[in-house]
Ligand binder design. Sequence first.
Ligand code: FES
Length: 157
Amino acid sequence: MKVEGQTRRQFCKGTCSAAAIAALGSAIAACGGGSSPTGATGGSFSSLPQVSGTGTSGSITVTVTGTALASVGGLALVRASVGDVLVARTGEAAFTALSSICTHETCAITAYSGATFVCPCHGSQFDASGKVLVGPARTSLRQYTTAFANDVLTITA
Ligand code: FES
């Protein structure tokens, strides 16, 4: 899908130009190109709510109040100049942040179903810790470090 491809390119542009984010392992592999998967699986899923983050050297900060991450159980695609990151709020002060690049064929993960992140290309599903629940992906999503204080979530590579 064109929009998903643009999202991935935007992510790669951001991640490849930021030295700190360049350390994001598998996400870098996505910047080298790869195939462009087509065709959704037809499963039932919704687009992730998008939340704006502020990208700085090696980190992204997000003010949580008023966003999809305001409540425990919230999921979002955090978008920042340095790249996009999947975020799940797993507790009052607990979050997980994951690479948004699918480990199957590098599509941008932009969807969810319940508490599960869903890749729209071939339907791989990942839990809030990035573990594969449903393939074809076989490798977990890369998890980033999070810190939460004063309503601000900080994500670091
Ligand atoms: S790229 Fe195939 S499931 Fe994500």
